[in-house]
Design a protein around this ligand. Structure first.
Ligand code: TRP
Length: 424
């Protein structure tokens, strides 16, 4: 999710963006064209010229998905008898497709399952990569449903200049980080495409059925593929679509071909699932529901790209407490005044201050966060204070992650990746 951005901030495949934008901008009014010129959102690239980052309200209109409103959050809370996760309450997960349908299932005690994934392009994740997994874990616990996690090593091989050996290593290292987020092995199946596609005929059959039902014209329109793209890229979206269908996992769902699926992901992944939702009825399967997050900003500000090749653009899960402190102090973009006097007089801007934005993702204490927001906006707190708070929060988060990750053995990775019955 690029997310958090997972791969969206990785530097790949920029050549199609112009084309993609032309094809993706459905509305013809000038307002929408303005968005298209300003914000680029594809599975391979996310950029905005505004300091506040992407204009998500306009993006929702362009993609045709729905906003998560207070009614939906209240419904989730009422049904689950639990307070909504802070990533939902704070609008990090801000948009959806057919989430209400899933809640209808849950209300009727009908089964559904969760599906998320990651493109393993490098061995070390940054803290933004955790966002979809933290939220997915909460969904799994709250709804008590099976989860499948796809590691698209094939996607990374196709899109990047990376050898099979390097992508294999990245897959293994990423799998450990994902497991360290705390998923329940009894309810979670994780797979690498390279390993699993040859293992499960039903999965590959679904891939090919999807490929049979989507034309080159359609993927051109959705993804902006062109004549000089390799055929692997053109065929790949079917591989990311197949896990949306329960019949791809006969060892989990037996003969139940129609268990609905909910996908938590960053909104740049939507093109894959627009395509999936188009073909689902042709295959007589339910359309997947989605719940989308905003992107995780780079330390330098929401309009710059977070690049896996620039270690200073984010906090990595391998960073030491000192590295965390130094990076935040040195690079976290400040929304404060240029002098203390100016800051005291005019106050700070939480919308662009990266320390505040990171706290919004990671500080669990609502009251404390709100107090910080008020005091900073009024100019009573300086950026240095926000940085100090953030350093504490991230040192703890990263430190605890590293501790949990150390406990993950080869056997545990193998167990998560073994096709087997799940306990639900
Ligand atoms: N394409 C995603 C990436 O590069 C990986 C992915 C596969 C994924 N299936 C997914 C992400 C489902 C979210 C949901 O990161």
């Amino acid at each position: 999710m690029s997310s958090h951005r997972c791969n969206a901030f990785d530097d790949i495949c920029n050549q199609n963006i112009e084309k993609n934008l032309r094809m993706n901008s459905i509305a013809e009014d000038s307002d929408d064209e303005y968005v298209s010129e300003e914000d680029v959102v594809t599975p391979w690239d996310v950029t905005s010229k505004s300091a506040k980052g992407i204009d998500y309200d306009k993006l929702i209109v362009r993609f045709g998905c729905s906003k998560i409103n207070d009614d939906l959050i209240s419904r989730i809370e009422a049904l689950t008898q639990r307070k909504a996760h802070h990533l939902l309450r704070r609008g990090v997960f801000f948009s959806h497709r057919d989430f209400n349908e899933l809640l209808n299932c849950y209300e009727k005690k009908q089964p559904f399952f969760l599906y998320t994934g990651r493109g393993p392009s490098s061995t070390s994740l940054h803290c933004g990569h955790l966002i979809p997994f933290i939220f997915t874990k909460w969904l799994q616990e709250t709804f008590n449903v099976p989860l499948v996690i796809q590691l698209t090593d094939d996607e990374k091989y196709l899109w990047r200049d990376i050898s099979f050996e390097d992508v294999r290593r990245a897959t293994y290292e990423n799998a450990k980080d994902i497991i360290a987020c705390g998923f329940d092995v009894k309810k979670t199946f994780m797979f690498s495409d390279f390993a699993f596609l040859g293992q499960c005929p039903q999965f590959y059959q679904n891939v090919v059925r999807i490929q049979k039902n989507v034309t080159f014209n359609q993927v051109k329109g959705i993804f902006g593929f062109g004549d000089s793209d390799c055929i692997g890229k053109i065929a790949f979206p079917a591989v990311q679509a197949a896990p949306c269908f329960s019949s791809s996992f006969p060892f989990i769902f037996d003969s139940n071909q129609k268990v609905p699926c909910l996908i938590p992901c960053a909104i740049d992944q939507d093109p894959y699932f627009r395509m999936t939702r188009d073909v689902a009825p042709k295959m007589h399967f339910p359309k997947p529901s989605l719940i989308f997050s905003i992107f995780f900003p780079a330390l330098q500000g929401a309009q710059t790209k977070m690049s896996a090749s620039d270690p200073n653009s984010s906090i990595f899960l391998t960073d030491s407490p000192n590295q965390i402190k130094n990076k935040i102090n040195k690079y976290a973009f400040s929304g404060g005044g240029s002098t203390i006097e100016e800051h005291r007089a005019k106050g700070g801007n939480c919308d662009v201050d990266i320390s505040f934005q990171y706290l919004r993702f990671f500080m669990e204490d609502d009251e404390r966060l709100e107090q910080i927001r008020k005091d900073y906006t009024r100019g009573e707190l300086l950026t240095g204070h926000l940085k100090k708070e953030l350093i504490e929060v991230l040192q703890k988060l990263v430190g605890e992650h590293q501790e949990r990750r150390k406990q993950i053995t080869d056997e545990m990775v193998a167990e998560f990746m073994k096709p087997r019955r799940l306990e639900i």
